[in-house]
Design a protein around this ligand. Structure first.
Ligand code: PGA
Length: 243
């Protein structure tokens, strides 16, 4: 079995007590204490993870569009995240695109800042149900990917997560063929436009301990992004058996 990258997206969840407890459990278990396991915690709790010096990696769920330090109230820059050993940053999650109106212009700045500071972006793309139903989802996803060709930053390493909006938090999972079609689309796009970059493709949306094995059978899938199921220690540990 090839090793896969398993990324937990905790979203806006956790208390100091639960976070500390879960991180201690993950740090002490060799299944979860792996460099192929990535935990995207709320920024407030990043220090718990960085203090542990564990083998698992740390991600942020977002990053500021502004670089370095400065008069940007409420913002957290990539440079600040590096202080907490953050290796990856989720950018363009559908919940932020929808709830916070994140536009391509904003996402481009976030991607540039992240790439320029050496944090690896986990760039999320995905179509809504209505777009899937219209049959125009390939064009839609290519338009989202197009942003990657307009950045003022070199891309050496990048992760692209295909997260159909209709599968996020819904319990609905695309078929293996549906996922494979998009993985192929992404891979052919990056081969043409970013041939020198190291790019991994993840799937995200209602991944559980039950369906993970089947999802990982899709050709060229490098791993998964897990939301809800990553909040339950036993279930996430079972998922990490694939890391
Ligand atoms: P879900 O979320 O696993 O709860 O569907 C995935 C995500 O939002 O990354």
């Amino acid at each position: 079995m090839t090793k896969k990258l398993i990324v937990a997206n905790w979203k806006m969840n956790g208390t100091s007590e639960k976070v500390e407890n879960d991180l201690n459990v993950y740090g002490a278990n060799q299944i979860t204490n792996s460099p192929n396991v990535v935990l995207a915690l709320p920024n407030l709790y990043l220090h718990h993870a960085s203090n542990l010096n564990a083998n698992f990696k740390i991600a942020s769920q977002d990053v500021s569009q502004f670089l370095g330090y400065g008069a940007y109230t409420g913002e957290i820059s990539s440079r600040m995240l590096l202080d907490f050993k953050v290796k990856y940053a989720i950018i363009g999650h559908s919940e932020r695109r929808q709830n916070l109106d994140e536009s391509d212009i904003l996402l481009a700045k976030k991607l540039e800042n992240t790439l320029n500071s050496g944090i690896i972006p986990i760039f999320c793309i995905g179509e809504e149900q209505s777009v899937r139903d219209s049959g125009k989802y390939m064009e839609f996803l290519l338009a989202q990917l197009g942003l990657l060709t307009r950045l003022n930053a070199g891309i050496e390493e990048l992760i692209i997560a295909y997260e159909p909006v209709w599968a996020v938090g819904t319990g609905k999972v695309p078929t293996g063929e549906q996922i494979a079609e998009i993985v192929e689309l992404i891979n052919s796009f990056v081969q043409k436009t970013l041939p020198r970059a190291k790019i991994l493709v993840l799937y995200g949306g209602s991944v559980t301990a039950k369906n993970i094995a089947e999802i990982l059978q899709v050709a060229d899938i490098a791993g998964v992004l897990v939301g809800g199921a990553s909040l339950r220690v036993d279930e996430f540990t079972a998922i990490c058996a694939h890391a």
